[in-house]
Design a protein around this ligand. Structure first.
Ligand SMILES: Nc1ncnc2c1ncn2[C@@H]1O[C@H](COP(=O)(O)OP(=O)(O)OP(=O)(O)O)[C@@H](O)[C@H]1O
Ligand SMILES: [Mg+2]
Length: 244
């Protein structure tokens, strides 16, 4: 469902963050990206939906090249891609439910957004998404009153309300305690297995990548140094990614 072809990104000042990266994501799979700090993992995730424009290469999503398609088409494709970050990126003073609806506001006339008058069908979708991440009971709580783990699950519910089919998660568990981290990764995995989403997830923990992913990509100094099914991932592979 996603093919990245010979992707490179050089920042102003000449830092080569990505160097000729190519891989394909199977639909409904959970792919983990491992790599040392500064390897280019976040840059790669940003270059996929063109939040950041790559210097070279192509990103084929559902068959269309996001690097060359029109702005209008890009907006349509982007609505199918959700970004989930370490800092959750919720609107703090808004409720969990309102945060879920944020992914669909562009569909609504301005007056509805300003008055908070959401169509009942959309409210249903938001509530259904919260139910799927087991957060129905906090739907009407302000998001800054929720725990970190709950906030990250609201971010996933927002991705579901957005009707995304690809989730790009950049260290989604970095600021969570171990138990919440497992809950969030289990949830991401179940979104792949049970709801047919596709997940590409930057992680710093090899053990968690081995436990939850179907496939592991290794990035080091901007280069793809590993692309294996998780079942085949070995100690040697970990060394190839991390060892100096
Ligand atoms: N906006 C920017 N301008 C210039 N250089 C940048 C910018 N963002 C990142 N870089 C550089 O690009 C390289 C890759 O950074 P990136 O943030 O993608 O790494 P990462 O693998 O996500 O690291 P971490 O694990 O610490 O999050 C690093 O050398 C970084 O310093
Ligand atoms: Mg990063």
């Amino acid at each position: 469902m996603l093919t990245v072809e010979q992707l490179s990104k050089t920042y102003k000042g000449g830092i080569v963050a990505l160097n000729d990266i190519s891989f394909t994501l199977e639909a409904h799979s959970f792919t983990a990206i491992l790599g040392p700090s500064g390897a280019g993992k976040s840059t790669l995730l940003r270059c996929i939906p063109q939040i950041m424009r790559p210097s070279r290469g192509r990103v084929l999503f559902e068959g269309a090249d996001l690097t060359t398609c029109s702005q209008k088409r890009l907006r349509e494709y982007r609505s199918q891609i959700a970004m989930v970050a370490q800092q959750f990126n919720l609107v703090r003073r808004r409720t969990a439910l309102e945060n879920c609806l944020a992914g669909r506001l562009q569909e609504l006339p301005l007056w509805r957004c300003l008055l908070g008058k959401f169509p009942v069908s959309l409210l249903h979708e938001g509530m259904s998404a919260l139910a799927r991440v087991q957060l129905l009971e906090v739907a009407f709580q302000r998001s800054d009153r929720l725990s970190g783990g709950q906030q990250q699950r609201v971010a996933l519910a927002r991705a579901l309300t957005q009707q995304a089919n690809l989730i790009l998660a950049d260290e989604p568990i970095a600021s969570l305690d171990p138990e919440s981290a497992h809950t969030v990764l289990e949830l991401l995995r179940s979104l792949c297995v049970q709801e047919g989403l596709t997940v590409l997830c930057n992680l710093h923990q090899v053990e968690l990548a081995k436990q939850y992913s179907d496939r592991i990509l290794g990035i080091r100094a901007g280069k793809l140094v590993l692309d294996v099914p998780t079942a085949q991932f070995s100690e040697l592979d970990a060394e190839r990614i991390y060892k100096a």
